[in-house]
Design a protein around this ligand. Structure first.
Ligand code: SOE
Length: 380
C-alpha cells in the first residue's frame, strides 16, 4: 500500500481530531494509502514538539511554509484559525498538494472563490472538514432523502446551541478564544456553527435561494488575549434566519453561544410529504423516522439505532458488532477514509472547496441580511 505523508498545520482541537483519524483509518477501512504523520506545525516550538511526541509525528516545525516546501508531503491538512486558511491553502495548491481544510473554508466569499480557483487550477484533491456529514445517522438521512422516501420536502429546520461565552470574562483572540475575534474567525456562530447546519442542509435538501436573518452581539466588549485591552466584539453571538430553498421548501436555522445548558446541541428535522426525519448530535447514533405509509395501528416515530451491520447502514460494518456505538471522533475517520478512497480513484470528495463556497455564500448573505434588515438573494 502506498505511503502518503501528511503535514498538519495547527495542533489545537482540530489538529487532534485529524491526527486521530489519520492514525486510525487503516485499522478500520480498506483505503489505497497508508497515511504517515510526517510533520506537525504550530506557533509554539515546545508545544509542537510535545504534540509530535504524543501523536507520533516524525517531525515538528513552527514554519508552515516548510511543510508546503517539503516534497515528501502529499497532503496538507489545515487546522488553524479561519484567517490563515486562504494563504496556506493557495500555497499548498500551487505546490500540488492534496488539501484538507477545516471549516468554514474562509473568512468570506471572496476569499473562498480565490481558494476554489487555486485548487481547481492546480487540479489537486480538496476537502473541507464538515465532519457531521459523516456521522452514520446523518449519512443515512441523506440516503433516505435521495431515495425519495420523504417525497416533496416542505420544511428543514436546524439549530446549533452552545453556552460557553455567556461570561463577560471570556476573552477574545489568542489560542483558545480566537473564535470570538472577528479578525481571526470572520464571524461568530454563523461561520462556526451555522456553517455546519448549512452544509448539511444543502447536502440534504439542495441550494438555498434567499435568506432573512437577525444577529445579536450580547457582550459588546471583551479583553483581547493578545493586547490585554478591552476591544469591541465584532462577531455575532447569536443568529437566527429563515430561508427559501430552491426546491420550494422553507428553512429555519438558529444558533447561539448563549443557550445556558447546551454544550453542542446540533439538531435538524426535515418534514416531507410522506415522512419526516430528525437527528440530535447528543444522541448521534439515532435517526428518528416517521413514515406515514406505515400501517395506521403502529404508525409513529421510530428511533433507528444506526449501528447495524447488514451492509446497509453507512460505515457501521467497519466497526464493532451490531448495537455497539461509535461517536464524534469517528466522523473524522470516515471523512479521512472517504478522502483517501477518492484520491485513489481520482474522484472528488465532498464537500469540496467548491461545495463549501456555497455554504460561505449563504453565511455571507445571512450576515448581510442581518445588517440590512431585509431578504438577501444568494448570488452566483
Ligand atoms: C466551537 O465550540 C466548535 O468547536 C466548532 O468550532 C466546531 O466546528 C463544532 O463542531 C463544535 O463546536
Amino acid at each position: 500500500m502506498e505511503q502518503l505523508n501528511v503535514g498538519i498545520i495547527g495542533y489545537g482541537f482540530m489538529g487532534r481530531t485529524h491526527s486521530n483519524a489519520y492514525r486510525k483509518v487503516n485499522n478500520f477501512f480498506d483505503v489505497p494509502y497508508r497515511p504517515v504523520l510526517k510533520t506537525i506545525c504550530g506557533l509554539d516550538a515546545g508545544e509542537a514538539e510535545a504534540f509530535a511526541a504524543r501523536w507520533g509525528f516524525e517531525s515538528h516545525t513552527t514554519d508552515w511554509k516548510s511543510v508546503i516546501e517539503d516534497e515528501s508531503i502529499g497532503v496538507v491538512d489545515i487546522c488553524v484559525p479561519n484567517n490563515l486558511h486562504k494563504e496556506i491553502a493557495i500555497a499548498a495548491a500551487q505546490a500540488g498538494k492534496a488539501i484538507v481544510c477545516e471549516k468554514p473554508l474562509a473568512l468570506n466569499t471572496d476569499q473562498a472563490r480565490e481558494m476554489v480557483d487555486a485548487v481547481e487550477a492546480a487540479g489537486v484533491p480538496n476537502l473541507v472538514s464538515f465532519n457531521y456529514r459523516r456521522v452514520p445517522a446523518v449519512t443515512l438521512a441523506k440516503q433516505i432523502i435521495d431515495e425519495g422516501k420523504l417525497g416533496k420536502i416542505f420544511h428543514y429546520r436546524a439549530v446549533f446551541l452552545q453556552d460557553w461565552t455567556i461570561s463577560a470574562d471570556v476573552p477574545q483572540g489568542g489560542d483558545a478564544t480566537w473564535r470570538l475575534d472577528v479578525k481571526a474567525a470572520g464571524s461568530g456562530v454563523t461561520g462556526d456553527l451555522l456553517a455546519h447546519c448549512i452544509d448539511t442542509a444543502i447536502w440534504h435538501n439542495g441550494p438555498v435561494a434567499d435568506v432573512n436573518a437577525m444577529t445579536e452581539t450580547f457582550i459588546k466588549e471583551r479583553v483581547h488575549a493578545e493586547t490585554g485591552k478591552a476591544e469591541p466584539v465584532g462577531i455575532d453571538d447569536a443568529c437566527a434566519f429563515m430561508c427559501h430553498f430552491a426546491n420550494g421548501s422553507l428553512g429555519t436555522f438558529e444558533s447561539t453561544r448563549y443557550a445556558r445548558g447546551h454544550k453542542a446541541l446540533y439538531t435538524f428535522e426535515i418534514n416531507g410529504e410522506h415522512a419526516s426525519i430528525r437527528w440530535d448530535l447528543h444522541d448521534l447514533h439515532r435517526l428518528e423516522y416517521f413514515d406515514h405509509g406505515d400501517e395506521g395501528r403502529v404508525r409513529g416515530w421510530r428511533s433507528v439505532h444506526v449501528t447495524d451491520h447488514g451492509g446497509d447502514q453507512p460505515y457501521m460494518d467497519k466497526w464493532w458488532v451490531p448495537g455497539l456505538q461509535i461517536g464524534y471522533a469517528e466522523s473524522f475517520v470516515h471523512q479521512t477514509a472517504d478522502f483517501l478512497t477518492a484520491m485513489g480513484s481520482g474522484e472528488p470528495c465532498g464537500p469540496t472547496f467548491r461545495d463549501a463556497l456555497e455554504t460561505q455564500k449563504v453565511c455571507d448573505a445571512v450576515l448581510a441580511s442581518a445588517a440590512q434588515g431585509q431578504w438577501v438573494t444568494i448570488g452566483d
